[in-house]
Design a protein around this ligand. Structure first.
Ligand code: SF4
Length: 102
């Protein structure tokens, strides 16, 4: 494991099956209801996780490299993507306010 993922040693998801966070795979599939129930369970694990802030930063890094799947720090892709775009807009606004090129 790299320094980037050292926090996972303390993660609440370490004892959970990865499919709880990433789904059963396209060959198995799941209904919309099953997906909602699974993601709710995964989010509950995340709420008790002691390294949620570190996970949030890591997930942001992963997303920048194109990983669109799974529950990270209790949030699904759409929510994380919206947060990432808000961060980018905020950073661009701050650069603009400081007179830096965006
Ligand atoms: S916040 Fe959730 S996905 Fe992230 S390390 Fe903790 S349990 Fe795992």
């Amino acid at each position: 494991m790299s320094w980037l993922t050292d926090f996972l040693d303390q993660a609440a998801c370490q004892n959970e099956h990865p499919s709880l966070f990433c789904g059963p795979g396209s060959d198995v599939g799941e209904t919309k209801e099953e997906k909602e129930q699974r993601e709710a369970k995964a989010s509950a694990v995340c709420r008790s996780c002691p390294v949620r802030p570190e996970c949030r930063e890591y997930a942001g890094t992963v997303l920048r490299h194109g990983e669109p799947t799974g529950i990270w720090y209790g949030q699904g892709f759409e929510t994380r993507e919206a947060e990432r775009k808000r961060r980018l807009r905020r950073a661009a606004y701050q650069r603009q306010q400081e007179g830096q090129p965006s």
